[in-house]
Design a binder for this molecule. Structure first.
Ligand code: HXC
Length: 267
């Protein structure tokens, strides 16, 4: 299978500057790698400095770009603001924010502690708000700002063991619509990408352990898990001029899974 990123020109994202939360691992590391490969300046953030330092070194070696790594917990608005400031200081502007930092685990609703529910909502939903709020002046000043919120398809149905994440991701999709309306006049587009089951990710290791992964793959109309680069390609497309009229919506990238059935991940 051809690499989905090969269809883009080598300098497709030259001149852009992106801050990517959760960019140290998984899907958002893939987005960071794709953006850097195609000429975008990239700043990645996550809680663990050693993890993002290793990713930044890997991406620098692969792309030759000056990838910045600044640690922050998205639950801390001041720390997130410092990341935005650092990226703007290094690269002169920010025109793209990818909200990818997320936390999740399988747990029955009746057994979720208040703190467990709150923790996931704090990371996924409120953390995305903190980053969007902190980035707003930079995105507005850039003239062609973009926020990509990485959500999910969990909340399209009632998904067992996923009340906390479903509520959080539904909130993020609501934020996508609201900010698209409020900030469209400031030249900022806001779009969700909703990945389905993507192979080689922490999310799938947590949500579909053991043979649940093979059973889940059979339920996907395209018959396989997605690739991280297939989500990255969607994020590249949204950043490109080809998507200049797209805002306030959700781009589902799931091989048809959510139209076939709920995102059941019961082990
Ligand atoms: C029930 C759990 C739990 C579990 C944690 N908690 N794990 N409850 N079942 N398996 C509870 C804890 O007991 C605690 O509540 C509260 O959650 C906070 O836990 P902490 O460990 O103190 O929080 P923290 O260290 O901040 O860790 C956050 C985390 C953790 C979300 C709980 O798992 C994490 O850091 N995850 C990051 C990586 C990750 O999850 N990646 C996958 C993202 S996939 P009490 O009451 O005891 O204090 C994804 C995709 C979604 O988001 C869509 C997929 C289709």
């Amino acid at each position: 299978m051809a690499n989905p990123l090969d269809v883009f020109r080598d300098d497709a994202l030259a001149g852009h500057v992106a801050v990517i939360t959760g960019g140290g691992t998984g899907i958002c590391k893939g987005i960071a790698a794709a953006y850097a490969r195609l000429g975008c300046e990239v700043c990645i953030t996550s809680r663990k400095q050693d993890v993002i330092d290793a990713t930044a070194a890997e991406l620098r070696a692969a792309t030759g770009k000056d990838v910045l790594a600044v640690a922050a917990d998205v639950r801390d608005p001041d720390a997130v603001a410092r990341v935005i400031e650092a990226a703007r200081a290094r690269f002169g502007k920010i025109d793209t924010l990818v909200n990818g930092a997320a936390g999740n685990f399988l747990a029955p609703a009746a057994a979720l502690s208040p703190n467990a529910f709150r923790t996931v909502v704090d990371i996924d939903l409120i953390g995305s708000f903190h980053a969007a709020r902190a980035a707003f002046p930079s995105l507005r000043d850039a003239g062609d700002g973009l926020i990509v919120n990485v959500t999910a398809t969990l909340h399209y149905h009632g998904t067992p063991l996923q009340l906390h994440a479903s509520a959080a991701k539904a909130g993020v999709d609501a934020m996508t619509r609201n900010l698209a309306v409020e900030w469209g006049g400031a030249g900022i587009r806001v779009v969700s990408i909703a990945p389905g089951p993507i192979g080689d990710t922490e999310g799938m290791r947590r949500l579909a352990p053991g043979d649940a992964a093979a059973r889940a793959a059979k339920a996907i109309p395209l018959g396989r898990f997605g690739l991280i680069d297939e989500i990255a390609a969607a994020a590249v497309y949204l950043r490109s001029a080809a998507a200049a009229y797209i805002t306030g919506t959700v781009l589902v990238v799931d091989g048809g899974h959510c139209v076939a059935q709920p995102m059941m991940m019961t082990p």
